[in-house]
Ligand binder design. Structure first.
Ligand SMILES: [Zn+2]
Length: 234
C-alpha cells in the first residue's frame, strides 16, 4: 500500500508529493523550502523524481542530498540544461539519473513498478510518473487550464501531443484515475477530460494560425523579391 502526502511550497505554491509505504519514501518535486516538511514526513528516502527542471520544483534538492547523496534523482535528459542554474557539471553527473524514453523503474522496497513517461511541451524534458491509477503530471495540465508553454524550451506542438498522449493513456481505463498536478489541487481524469480536449483544439488552432502566418510571410517575401527584381528590370 502506498500513501500519498502533499503540500504546497514557495511563491508559486508548487506541490511536493511524498509516496510512502511502511518503511520507505519517494519524493516528487521538492520545491522551495520543502526539505523540513520532507524530513518530518518521510521514512527512508529511496528516490526523487522531478517532473521537470524548473526551480520551483527542484529548489530543495541540495538540502536533501546533503544528508544522503546516494539517493537517485530521476529527470528526463532534455531538462539537463535547466539544472545548470543550481548545479555544476560535476554535480549533475554525480547526482542525477537521466532517462530518455518512457521507462518502467523498480525502486527498492516498493513492490509496484513506476512508469516515467515523456510529456514535453511546458519544457522539453517534462515527464510524468505513474503507478496503478495515479498520475503525477507536473505542469502539463491543471483542472481548468494547461501549463505555460512559452518558455525558451517550451513547444506548443509538443504540448498538444502530450495532451493527446495523456488522453490515450487513460481514456479507456475502467478505474478512476487520479491526476496530481504540479500546482493546484488533485483531480480525476474525468474531471479534466474537458480541459484536455478543449486545449488540444485550442493548441491546434494556434499551430495552424502560426503555420498560416509563416506561409503568408513567405509569400509576401517572395512577392517583395519579385517586385524588387521586376523594378530593376523595368
Ligand atoms: Zn514549470
Amino acid at each position: 500500500m502506498i500513501y500519498i502526502k502533499s503540500k504546497k511550497f514557495g511563491s508559486l505554491q508548487t506541490n511536493c508529493y511524498l509516496l510512502s509505504n511502511k518503511d520507505s519514501t519517494i519524493i516528487i518535486d521538492p520545491g522551495e523550502k520543502s526539505h523540513k516538511w520532507i524530513e518530518e514526513n518521510s521514512k527512508n528516502i529511496k528516490a526523487i523524481f522531478l517532473t521537470h527542471g524548473h526551480y520551483d520544483h527542484t529548489a530543495s534538492l541540495k538540502k536533501i542530498i546533503l544528508n544522503n547523496n546516494s539517493i537517485p534523482i530521476y529527470i528526463n535528459i532534455l531538462d539537463k540544461e535547466l539544472l545548470k542554474e543550481d548545479f555544476s557539471e560535476q554535480e549533475i553527473d554525480k547526482y542525477f539519473t537521466f532517462f530518455e524514453k518512457d521507462i518502467e523503474i523498480k525502486i527498492n522496497n516498493f513492490e509496484h513498478s513506476f512508469y516515467l513517461t515523456h510529456i514535453p511541451g511546458h519544457t522539453s524534458g517534462s515527464s510524468g510518473l505513474y503507478f496503478k491509477n495515479n498520475f503525477f503530471s507536473g505542469d502539463l495540465i491543471f483542472k481548468n487550464t494547461v501549463g505555460r508553454h512559452n518558455f525558451w524550451n517550451s513547444s506548443v506542438l509538443e504540448m498538444k501531443e502530450s495532451l493527446k498522449k495523456l488522453y490515450a493513456l487513460f481514456n479507456d481505463s475502467e478505474e478512476v484515475i487520479y491526476i496530481y498536478p504540479g500546482h493546484d489541487s488533485m483531480m480525476t481524469f474525468s474531471e479534466c477530460k474537458n480541459t484536455i480536449t478543449t486545449w488540444i483544439e485550442l493548441l491546434n488552432k494556434k499551430i495552424l494560425k502560426r503555420n498560416n502566418s509563416k506561409n503568408t510571410n513567405a509569400t509576401s517575401r517572395q512577392k517583395a523579391v519579385y517586385l524588387n527584381y521586376k523594378n530593376k528590370k523595368d
